[in-house]
Write a protein that binds this ligand. Structure first.
Ligand code: ADP
Ligand code: MG
Length: 621
């Protein structure tokens, strides 16, 4: 190894505290561009490589694909351009035409707010005359493949006399492709006084040779790959239909009694949707995404740390820098686009010697990607069986019985309530009825539109039915038990699922228990998801068996989905989860309810109030 190299090794794990692009001393033009591109924080390679490049140092950047290397050199390259000088000042070499185009696209986006800057990709297979014309008019950043760059140099249509920065992107790839001589030829033609930057995923001997010959006192910035060394994490995946993902997630939360968990999804807008769905179901969930201001972010985080919120839903980028130790489980609501993200995500649980769980909800079109992830991490993830409704009910009953026992054993003021039993008995109820009613209020089990059969992938049912796992294995921990979730009781349980409204099921009426809808961050602008939909979305197709109702209150009355669900479910005595899509507009709201209860809902709600406002309600035309 080159003894002069100053080595700077950084982990791909987010460093805390999280740095911002502003911390890297980049210009406002760049800040504006990265914001528009949706970058919230610099990636590790960016955070480590941008400052020395801006300082004029030669840099070797070593990092895997997908870690943001383009912006790591692209940002300082843009910063050093003097637009008044109309000749090439930065030359980027890429191994292929595709990569050259990709880099030029990214650099163009990054330089969008730098006025007058010109970026051009030159590569084989494109008209050389067109490229010559373009180069003549003055290009500042040239991004090209080695062969075509040599070609232009020989024709003297590309002059390198004023190039101050030379970047070799994917250097190992270029060498593998046999571009070594071209690269050396190009570097020899360059002015002595220049900065040479080299990015590569690997550090082979030939790379080191180039480095020694053409770089001066380089800084090596290395982003080490996180190995999946943590064996405390039980990884299980479930094959789930996209629309059943929240339902399955809730069943897993209930089954495993998860107290603190992180839910990851790939898209910002999904965050709000998932949070909404979880809150409507009575879970204390909050979202974390790039649209939050720092103060809001801090607020969300402190609620999560203290356990006020037990579920944090986030995108990968927004979750960078989250450092919480006691996370019971990570749920991959969808499968990350990058293998490294998977490693990062699940690495949030099972910390500090504790065990953790990582559940991945795999849609049909995500199966391939999930396999790729397993190849990458070299861990075979077990397939789990989705808990059935009966499973959930059984577990919750058992848990409730424990709680009651504990209350009886540890409270010394139970006689405070004696007179209530007497009063209810005097009113003509049996002890069994009274207990059942109290249990119902206390437990809050709801049925919803999901039957056990419509959660997984369709071809999956036979497999499930034959599943041999026993439910009881679950708590033992060890690997062999993971995911073997016997679907006990499904035979007779599943049929009963649809007959909502028979006795024994708790209804939605106990929503007021413990702030099920509380704790929303008021400042977050509840209507956002809906506002966007008002404008951009064609009217959603109505689901079968649902009737759309018009309600005469809307955003102007500060109505939120939870208010609508709460009012309708509570007044009409139907499960909140049976209520379908809700579209809140400025002055009115549309809500889908099951067709068979629509008239009842209209009857009890007409003239009733929601959030103190008297409403009119009717079946929408
Ligand atoms: P590499 O060259 O290391 O393979 P790229 O530069 O092509 O990676 O970046 C991969 C993807 O990540 C691109 O879509 C890019 O726009 C995106 N990206 C880069 N930096 C960031 C960042 N700081 N935050 C979010 N996304 C980023
Ligand atoms: Mg790249």
């Amino acid at each position: 190894m080159n003894p002069e190299i100053t080595e700077q090794e950084v982990s791909n794990k987010p460093a805390t505290p999280q740095r911002t692009f502003a911390d890297l001393n980049v210009s406002d033009d760049i800040l504006q561009a990265v914001t528009e591109m949706g970058f919230e924080h610099p990636s590790p390679i960016q955070a480590e490589a941008i400052p020395p490049i801006l300082d004029g140092r030669d840099v070797i950047g070593q990092a895997q694909t997908g870690t943001g290397k383009t912006a790591a050199f692209g940002i300082p390259a843009i910063e050093m351009i003097d637009v008044a000088e109309r000749h090439p000042q930065v030359l980027v070499l890429c191994p292929t035409r595709e990569l050259a185009l990709q880099v030029s696209d990214e650099v163009k986006k990054l330089s969008k707010f730098k006025r007058g800057i010109r970026v051009e990709a030159i590569y084989g297979g494109d008209s050389i005359d067109r490229q010559i014309k373009s180069l003549k008019t003055g290009v500042h950043i040239v991004i090209g493949t080695p062969g075509r760059v040599m070609d232009h140099m020989e024709r003297r249509t590309l002059k390198l006399d004023n190039v101050k920065m030379m970047i070799l992107d994917e250097a190992d790839e270029m060498l593998d492709m046999g571009f070594r001589e071209d690269i050396e030829g190009i570097l020899e033609e360059m002015p002595e006084e220049r900065q040479t930057i080299l990015f590569s995923a690997t550090m082979s001997k030939p790379i080191m040779a180039i480095t020694q010959r053409f770089q001066k006192d380089p800084v090596l910035v290395k982003v080490v790959k996180n190995e999946l060394t943590n064996t405390n994490i039980e990884q299980v995946y479930f094959e789930v239909k996209p629309k059943a993902k929240v339902e399955v997630m809730c069943r897993l939360i209930d089954t495993y009694n998860l107290k603190l968990l992180l839910v990851f999804c790939n898209q910002k807008k999904r965050v709000d949707e998932i949070v909404e769905d979880l809150q409507v179901r009575g879970y204390q969930a909050e979202g974390l995404h790039g649209d939050l201001r720092q103060a809001q972010r801090n607020n969300v985080m402190s609620k999560f740390r203290s356990g006020v919120t037990n579920i944090l839903v986030a995108t990968d980028v927004a979750a960078r820098g989250i450092d919480v130790d006691n996370v019971d489980a990570v749920i991959n609501y969808d499968i990350p686009l990058d293998e490294e993200y998977y490693v990062h995500r699940i690495g949030r649980t099972g910390r500090a010697g504790k065990s953790g769980k990582a559940f991945s909800l795999v849609g049909r079109d995500e199966k391939y990607r999930f396999r790729e992830i397993q190849n990458y991490t070299k861990v075979r993830v077990e397939k789990g069986v989705i808990p059935t409704f009966e499973d959930i009910v059984g577990l919750r009953k058992a848990r409730f019985i424990d709680q009651v026992k504990q209350s009886i054993e540890t409270s010394n003021d139970l006689n405070l309530y004696d007179d209530m039993l007497t009063a209810l008995q005097h009113a003509g109820f049996t002890t069994e009825q009274i207990v059942a009613a109290l249990v119902k209020r206390g437990m809050g089990i709801e049925k919803n539109e999901f039957s056990d059969q419509n959660l997984g992938h369709d071809d999956d049912r036979r497999e499930r039915r034959e599943g041999s796992g026993r439910f009881g294995d679950r708590d033992r921990g060890g690997r062999e038990s993971s995911g073997r979730f016997g679907d006990r009781g499904r035979g007779e349980g599943s049929g009963r699922f649809s007959d909502r409204g028979t006795r024994g099921e708790a209804r939605f009426g106990d929503r007021d228990r413990g702030g099920r809808f509380g704790n929303r961050d008021e400042s977050r602008g509840e209507g956002r998801r809906f506002e966007r939909e008002d404008r951009d979305r064609a009217p959603r197709e109505r689901e079968a068996n649902m009737t759309r109702l018009y309600v005469s209150v809307g955003r102007r009355d500060f109505i939120r989905p939870g208010d609508i669900v709460g009012a309708i479910a509570g007044e009409a005595n139907i499960p909140g989860s049976s209520i379908g899509h809700i579209d809140i507009f400025d002055k009115h709201t549309y809500v889908d309810v099951p067709r068979d209860v629509a008239n009842r809902v209209v009857d009890v709600m007409e003239g009733n109030t929601i959030k103190g406002k008297r409403v009119q309600i009717e079946i929408a035309r």
